[in-house]
Design a protein around this ligand. Structure first.
Ligand code: IMP
Length: 186
C-alpha cells in the first residue's frame, strides 16, 4: 500500500471516504471569509457565535484572521425527540451573552436541510440583536428544506456526506485537516 493511497482515502468507523477539499483550499477560503468580515464589520464589534461541535475548527481558523475588535462564544443545540412531531425542534444551550443590539455572526460547519439554522435564527431574533448573519463553511443547496440566507459561504457542495475539519461521522473524523466525502463504491 503506497502513501498516496493513505492520503486520498480515509476510513472512519465502517465507511470509506475520499479526499474532497484539501487543507490548502480550506485555508485559502477561510482567509477570504475573514477578509470579507473584517471589511463588512469595521467599527461594529461583532459577536461571533460558533455552533458546536462541528464548527469548532472553522471558527478557530476564521478568528485567527479577524483583525477588528470582536468577541466569540460557542453554543450547542439539542434536539428533543419528544417534540419530533412538531418538526425536529432544536433548543439553544449555553448562550451567556446578552445579544441585544449586538451584531451577530453565526458560525456553522454546514447548512444541510437548513432546519438547525432556521430554528436558531428565529430564537436569536427574539433576543433583539441589531443584525444577524451566517458564515457557513459548507452549503448543500440540493438538500435544503428550510431556506436560510447565508451571507458567507465557503463551498457549495453536492448532496453527499462529508467528514473532517470539524465534521463527523458517528462522532469520529472531526480531527482531519482535510474534508473527505463518502466513497459509495469502496
Ligand atoms: P441541518 O439542520 O440539516 O442544516 O443540519 C446541520 C447539521 O447537520 C450540521 O451542523 C452538521 O452537524 C450535520 N451535517 C449535515 N450534513 C453533514 C455531513 O455531510 N457530514 C457531517 N455532518 C453533517
Amino acid at each position: 500500500m503506497n502513501s498516496l493511497w493513505k492520503f486520498y482515502i480515509m476510513k472512519v468507523r465502517d465507511k470509506h471516504f475520499k479526499l474532497f477539499i484539501s487543507e490548502e483550499e480550506l485555508s485559502s477560503k477561510v482567509h477570504q471569509i475573514s477578509d470579507a468580515i473584517n471589511q463588512d464589520y469595521e467599527g461594529k464589534e461583532p459577536l461571533f457565535i460558533g455552533i458546536l461541535n462541528g464548527a469548532f475548527m472553522f471558527a478557530a481558523d476564521l478568528m485567527k484572521n479577524i483583525h477588528i475588535p470582536s468577541e466569540i462564544t460557542f453554543i450547542k443545540v439539542s434536539s428533543y425527540k419528544a417534540m419530533a412531531s412538531s418538526g425536529n425542534i432544536k433548543e439553544l444551550v449555553g448562550l451567556q451573552e446578552n445579544i441585544f443590539k449586538r451584531h451577530i455572526i453565526l458560525v456553522e460547519d454546514i447548512v444541510d436541510t437548513g432546519k438547525t439554522l432556521a430554528n436558531l435564527i428565529t430564537q436569536f431574533k427574539a433576543l433583539g440583536p441589531q443584525s444577524i448573519e451566517v458564515a457557513s463553511l459548507l452549503h448543500k443547496p440540493d438538500a435544503i428544506i428550510e431556506p436560510v440566507e447565508v451571507k458567507y459561504v465557503g463551498f457549495s457542495i453536492p448532496n453527499n456526506f462529508v467528514v473532517g475539519y470539524g465534521l463527523d461521522y458517528d462522532g469520529f473524523g472531526r480531527n482531519s485537516r482535510d474534508i473527505y466525502q463518502l466513497d459509495e463504491e469502496a
